[in-house]
Design a protein around this ligand. Structure first.
Ligand SMILES: NC(=O)C1=CN([C@@H]2O[C@H](COP(=O)(O)OP(=O)(O)OC[C@H]3O[C@@H](n4cnc5c(N)ncnc54)[C@H](OP(=O)(O)O)[C@@H]3O)[C@@H](O)[C@H]2O)C=CC1
Ligand SMILES: O=C(O)C1=N[C@H](C(=O)O)C[C@H](O)C1
Length: 255
Protein backbone atom coordinates (compact mmCIF):
# COMPACT_ATOMS: atom_id res chain seq x y z
CA UNK A 1 0.00 0.00 0.00
CA UNK A 2 1.23 3.50 -0.79
CA UNK A 3 1.72 5.92 2.12
CA UNK A 4 0.52 9.36 1.05
CA UNK A 5 2.77 11.97 2.67
CA UNK A 6 2.36 15.71 3.26
CA UNK A 7 5.52 17.65 4.18
CA UNK A 8 5.77 20.90 6.17
CA UNK A 9 8.84 23.15 6.30
CA UNK A 10 9.49 21.84 2.81
CA UNK A 11 12.41 24.09 1.90
CA UNK A 12 14.17 23.81 5.27
CA UNK A 13 17.29 21.68 5.73
CA UNK A 14 15.22 18.69 6.85
CA UNK A 15 12.14 19.32 4.70
CA UNK A 16 14.25 18.94 1.55
CA UNK A 17 15.79 15.72 2.83
CA UNK A 18 12.38 14.28 3.70
CA UNK A 19 11.01 15.00 0.23
CA UNK A 20 14.08 13.41 -1.35
CA UNK A 21 13.82 10.33 0.89
CA UNK A 22 10.06 9.87 0.38
CA UNK A 23 10.11 10.38 -3.40
CA UNK A 24 12.90 7.81 -3.59
CA UNK A 25 10.71 5.07 -2.11
CA UNK A 26 8.31 2.96 -4.14
CA UNK A 27 5.88 2.67 -1.20
CA UNK A 28 5.49 6.44 -0.65
CA UNK A 29 4.00 9.35 -2.52
CA UNK A 30 4.48 13.01 -1.57
CA UNK A 31 1.00 14.45 -2.10
CA UNK A 32 1.87 17.98 -1.00
CA UNK A 33 4.75 19.99 0.44
CA UNK A 34 4.36 23.45 1.99
CA UNK A 35 6.42 26.34 3.24
CA UNK A 36 5.51 29.82 4.37
CA UNK A 37 6.57 31.80 1.32
CA UNK A 38 6.89 29.59 -1.74
CA UNK A 39 8.46 31.25 -4.78
CA UNK A 40 7.68 28.66 -7.43
CA UNK A 41 10.53 26.39 -6.33
CA UNK A 42 10.33 22.62 -6.66
CA UNK A 43 12.15 20.08 -4.49
CA UNK A 44 12.85 16.66 -6.03
CA UNK A 45 10.19 17.47 -8.60
CA UNK A 46 7.56 18.37 -5.99
CA UNK A 47 5.98 21.83 -6.25
CA UNK A 48 6.14 23.79 -2.99
CA UNK A 49 2.76 25.22 -2.00
CA UNK A 50 1.79 27.93 0.54
CA UNK A 51 1.52 26.84 4.19
CA UNK A 52 -1.60 29.03 4.40
CA UNK A 53 -3.37 26.31 2.36
CA UNK A 54 -2.37 23.51 4.75
CA UNK A 55 -5.90 22.86 6.09
CA UNK A 56 -7.46 22.57 2.64
CA UNK A 57 -4.59 20.42 1.35
CA UNK A 58 -5.30 17.97 4.20
CA UNK A 59 -8.82 17.58 2.82
CA UNK A 60 -8.17 17.76 -0.94
CA UNK A 61 -5.02 15.61 -1.24
CA UNK A 62 -5.99 12.99 1.37
CA UNK A 63 -2.56 12.38 2.91
CA UNK A 64 -2.16 9.38 5.19
CA UNK A 65 0.41 11.23 7.29
CA UNK A 66 2.16 14.58 7.58
CA UNK A 67 5.92 14.75 8.29
CA UNK A 68 6.96 17.93 10.09
CA UNK A 69 10.39 19.49 10.70
CA UNK A 70 9.62 23.17 11.37
CA UNK A 71 9.59 24.99 14.71
CA UNK A 72 7.84 24.19 18.00
CA UNK A 73 4.90 26.60 17.63
CA UNK A 74 4.13 25.60 14.05
CA UNK A 75 4.58 21.89 14.79
CA UNK A 76 1.95 22.11 17.53
CA UNK A 77 -0.42 24.01 15.19
CA UNK A 78 0.11 21.53 12.35
CA UNK A 79 -0.51 18.62 14.74
CA UNK A 80 -3.84 20.08 15.88
CA UNK A 81 -4.89 20.70 12.26
CA UNK A 82 -4.04 17.06 11.47
CA UNK A 83 -6.09 15.96 14.49
CA UNK A 84 -9.10 17.88 13.11
CA UNK A 85 -8.64 16.27 9.69
CA UNK A 86 -7.94 12.74 10.99
CA UNK A 87 -4.46 12.61 9.43
CA UNK A 88 -1.54 10.95 11.28
CA UNK A 89 1.37 13.19 12.29
CA UNK A 90 5.12 12.54 12.58
CA UNK A 91 7.39 15.30 13.86
CA UNK A 92 11.11 15.60 14.48
CA UNK A 93 10.89 19.23 15.55
CA UNK A 94 12.67 20.09 18.82
CA UNK A 95 12.72 22.99 21.29
CA UNK A 96 9.10 22.71 22.54
CA UNK A 97 8.01 24.48 25.71
CA UNK A 98 5.59 22.64 28.00
CA UNK A 99 2.41 24.13 26.44
CA UNK A 100 3.53 23.36 22.88
CA UNK A 101 4.44 19.80 23.80
CA UNK A 102 1.10 19.36 25.56
CA UNK A 103 -0.71 20.53 22.41
CA UNK A 104 1.19 17.92 20.42
CA UNK A 105 0.19 15.21 22.86
CA UNK A 106 -3.43 16.44 22.86
CA UNK A 107 -3.53 15.79 19.12
CA UNK A 108 -2.74 12.13 19.79
CA UNK A 109 -6.15 11.68 21.43
CA UNK A 110 -7.64 11.80 17.92
CA UNK A 111 -4.84 10.62 15.63
CA UNK A 112 -1.67 8.53 15.66
CA UNK A 113 1.09 11.06 16.49
CA UNK A 114 4.80 10.39 16.82
CA UNK A 115 7.58 12.64 18.08
CA UNK A 116 11.27 11.78 18.01
CA UNK A 117 14.02 14.31 18.75
CA UNK A 118 16.32 12.22 16.59
CA UNK A 119 15.40 9.78 13.80
CA UNK A 120 18.86 8.20 13.52
CA UNK A 121 18.76 4.51 14.46
CA UNK A 122 22.19 4.90 16.08
CA UNK A 123 20.82 7.52 18.47
CA UNK A 124 18.04 5.17 19.53
CA UNK A 125 20.76 2.58 20.29
CA UNK A 126 22.64 5.25 22.27
CA UNK A 127 19.50 6.04 24.29
CA UNK A 128 19.19 2.32 25.03
CA UNK A 129 22.79 1.84 26.23
CA UNK A 130 23.40 5.06 28.14
CA UNK A 131 21.12 4.07 31.03
CA UNK A 132 22.97 0.79 31.43
CA UNK A 133 26.33 2.57 31.40
CA UNK A 134 25.16 4.99 34.12
CA UNK A 135 23.77 2.11 36.23
CA UNK A 136 27.10 0.29 35.95
CA UNK A 137 29.16 3.37 36.81
CA UNK A 138 27.33 4.86 39.81
CA UNK A 139 29.21 7.84 41.25
CA UNK A 140 31.17 8.55 38.07
CA UNK A 141 31.10 12.11 36.74
CA UNK A 142 28.80 12.48 33.74
CA UNK A 143 29.15 15.22 31.12
CA UNK A 144 27.22 15.55 27.87
CA UNK A 145 28.58 17.48 24.88
CA UNK A 146 26.51 18.14 21.75
CA UNK A 147 27.72 19.90 18.60
CA UNK A 148 25.54 21.29 15.80
CA UNK A 149 25.68 23.70 12.86
CA UNK A 150 25.61 27.42 13.57
CA UNK A 151 21.97 27.89 12.44
CA UNK A 152 20.45 25.60 15.06
CA UNK A 153 18.02 27.54 17.25
CA UNK A 154 17.47 25.41 20.35
CA UNK A 155 20.01 24.41 22.97
CA UNK A 156 20.54 21.91 24.38
CA UNK A 157 19.41 19.81 21.43
CA UNK A 158 16.27 17.70 21.68
CA UNK A 159 18.45 14.61 21.57
CA UNK A 160 20.58 15.90 24.47
CA UNK A 161 17.43 16.44 26.53
CA UNK A 162 16.28 12.89 25.77
CA UNK A 163 19.69 11.48 26.77
CA UNK A 164 19.65 13.56 29.96
CA UNK A 165 16.27 12.10 30.93
CA UNK A 166 17.74 8.61 30.50
CA UNK A 167 20.87 9.49 32.51
CA UNK A 168 18.80 10.99 35.34
CA UNK A 169 16.46 8.00 35.43
CA UNK A 170 19.39 5.64 36.01
CA UNK A 171 21.61 7.44 38.51
CA UNK A 172 21.60 9.85 41.43
CA UNK A 173 22.03 13.35 40.08
CA UNK A 174 21.12 16.66 41.69
CA UNK A 175 21.31 19.18 38.85
CA UNK A 176 22.25 19.96 35.25
CA UNK A 177 25.10 22.47 34.92
CA UNK A 178 24.95 24.24 31.55
CA UNK A 179 28.46 25.35 30.58
CA UNK A 180 30.98 26.14 33.26
CA UNK A 181 33.08 29.18 34.19
CA UNK A 182 34.71 30.81 37.18
CA UNK A 183 36.17 29.35 40.32
CA UNK A 184 33.48 26.92 41.45
CA UNK A 185 34.74 23.33 41.39
CA UNK A 186 32.58 20.56 40.01
CA UNK A 187 30.06 19.24 42.55
CA UNK A 188 29.36 15.51 42.65
CA UNK A 189 25.85 14.90 41.41
CA UNK A 190 26.09 17.51 38.64
CA UNK A 191 25.58 16.56 35.02
CA UNK A 192 27.59 18.95 32.86
CA UNK A 193 25.80 19.92 29.64
CA UNK A 194 27.68 21.67 26.83
CA UNK A 195 26.19 22.88 23.53
CA UNK A 196 28.65 23.76 20.75
CA UNK A 197 27.40 25.61 17.64
CA UNK A 198 29.90 25.74 14.80
CA UNK A 199 30.03 25.61 11.01
CA UNK A 200 27.89 23.01 9.29
CA UNK A 201 28.15 20.11 11.75
CA UNK A 202 25.17 17.80 11.13
CA UNK A 203 24.86 16.60 14.73
CA UNK A 204 27.11 14.98 17.33
CA UNK A 205 26.33 13.79 20.86
CA UNK A 206 28.89 12.49 23.32
CA UNK A 207 28.45 11.33 26.90
CA UNK A 208 31.58 11.17 29.05
CA UNK A 209 31.50 8.99 32.20
CA UNK A 210 34.67 9.41 34.26
CA UNK A 211 35.89 8.11 37.62
CA UNK A 212 38.11 5.45 39.17
CA UNK A 213 41.07 6.56 36.99
CA UNK A 214 39.20 5.63 33.82
CA UNK A 215 36.67 7.08 31.41
CA UNK A 216 34.03 5.81 29.03
CA UNK A 217 32.86 7.92 26.05
CA UNK A 218 29.68 7.09 24.16
CA UNK A 219 29.48 9.02 20.90
CA UNK A 220 27.02 9.31 18.04
CA UNK A 221 27.93 11.30 14.96
CA UNK A 222 25.43 11.88 12.13
CA UNK A 223 27.33 12.34 8.90
CA UNK A 224 24.40 13.27 6.67
CA UNK A 225 20.86 14.58 7.31
CA UNK A 226 19.60 11.81 5.06
CA UNK A 227 19.87 9.49 8.05
CA UNK A 228 17.23 11.54 9.93
CA UNK A 229 15.00 11.78 6.86
CA UNK A 230 15.13 8.03 6.23
CA UNK A 231 14.07 7.37 9.83
CA UNK A 232 11.23 9.89 9.62
CA UNK A 233 9.90 8.29 6.43
CA UNK A 234 10.17 4.83 8.04
CA UNK A 235 8.12 6.25 10.93
CA UNK A 236 5.52 7.69 8.53
CA UNK A 237 5.08 4.35 6.75
CA UNK A 238 4.83 2.57 10.11
CA UNK A 239 2.33 5.00 11.65
CA UNK A 240 -0.07 4.66 8.71
CA UNK A 241 -1.27 1.38 10.22
CA UNK A 242 -1.56 2.55 13.83
CA UNK A 243 -4.56 3.61 15.88
CA UNK A 244 -4.80 7.00 17.64
CA UNK A 245 -2.14 7.39 20.33
CA UNK A 246 1.27 8.76 21.23
CA UNK A 247 4.28 6.99 19.76
CA UNK A 248 8.03 7.38 19.54
CA UNK A 249 10.75 6.11 17.25
CA UNK A 250 11.51 3.16 19.55
CA UNK A 251 8.05 1.80 18.65
CA UNK A 252 8.99 1.90 14.94
CA UNK A 253 12.36 0.22 15.42
CA UNK A 254 11.07 -2.50 17.71
CA UNK A 255 8.87 -3.99 14.96
N1 LIG B 1 14.32 14.61 14.89
C1 LIG B 1 15.39 14.68 14.07
O1 LIG B 1 15.94 13.65 13.65
C2 LIG B 1 15.86 16.03 13.63
C3 LIG B 1 15.24 17.15 14.10
N2 LIG B 1 15.58 18.38 13.63
C4 LIG B 1 14.75 19.49 14.08
O2 LIG B 1 13.90 19.86 13.01
C5 LIG B 1 13.59 21.26 13.09
C6 LIG B 1 13.92 21.93 11.76
O3 LIG B 1 15.30 21.84 11.52
P1 LIG B 1 15.94 22.36 10.15
O4 LIG B 1 15.29 21.68 9.00
O5 LIG B 1 17.40 22.28 10.31
O6 LIG B 1 15.49 23.91 10.19
P2 LIG B 1 15.35 24.93 8.98
O7 LIG B 1 15.38 26.27 9.62
O8 LIG B 1 16.34 24.62 7.92
O9 LIG B 1 13.92 24.64 8.40
C7 LIG B 1 12.75 24.92 9.12
C8 LIG B 1 11.60 24.97 8.17
O10 LIG B 1 10.42 25.15 8.92
C9 LIG B 1 9.75 26.32 8.49
N3 LIG B 1 9.19 27.03 9.63
C10 LIG B 1 9.86 27.54 10.69
N4 LIG B 1 9.01 28.14 11.52
C11 LIG B 1 7.79 28.03 10.95
C12 LIG B 1 6.48 28.47 11.32
N5 LIG B 1 6.28 29.17 12.45
N6 LIG B 1 5.46 28.16 10.53
C13 LIG B 1 5.65 27.46 9.39
N7 LIG B 1 6.87 27.03 8.96
C14 LIG B 1 7.91 27.32 9.76
C15 LIG B 1 10.79 27.18 7.81
O11 LIG B 1 10.13 27.96 6.86
P3 LIG B 1 10.68 29.35 6.38
O12 LIG B 1 11.67 28.98 5.33
O13 LIG B 1 9.46 29.99 5.85
O14 LIG B 1 11.27 30.04 7.56
C16 LIG B 1 11.70 26.13 7.18
O15 LIG B 1 11.17 25.70 5.93
C17 LIG B 1 14.40 21.79 14.28
O16 LIG B 1 13.56 21.81 15.42
C18 LIG B 1 15.50 20.74 14.46
O17 LIG B 1 16.00 20.68 15.77
C19 LIG B 1 16.56 18.55 12.72
C20 LIG B 1 17.26 17.46 12.25
C21 LIG B 1 16.94 16.12 12.66
O1 LIG C 1 18.77 20.91 14.46
C1 LIG C 1 19.41 19.91 14.05
O2 LIG C 1 20.16 19.97 13.07
C2 LIG C 1 19.25 18.64 14.78
N1 LIG C 1 18.35 18.59 15.73
C3 LIG C 1 17.98 17.46 16.48
C4 LIG C 1 18.11 17.71 17.96
O3 LIG C 1 17.83 18.84 18.41
O4 LIG C 1 18.45 16.81 18.70
C5 LIG C 1 18.58 16.19 15.99
C6 LIG C 1 19.89 16.28 15.30
O5 LIG C 1 20.92 16.24 16.24
C7 LIG C 1 20.01 17.46 14.35
Amino acid sequence: MTTRIGVTGATGRMGREVIAAATGRADCEVVFAVNREPDGETVAGIEIEPAAEFDSLLVDREPTVVIDFTGPESAADYALACADAGVAFVTGTTGFDDDEFEALQDASEDIAALHAPNFARGVQALVNVVGEAVRNLQGYDVELVETHHNAKRDAPSGTANRLLEEIEANGEFTERTHGREGEAPRESGEIGVHALRAGDVTGEHEIVLAGNHEEVRLTHRAEDRGVFAAGAVDAAVWIAGQKAGWYDFADVISE
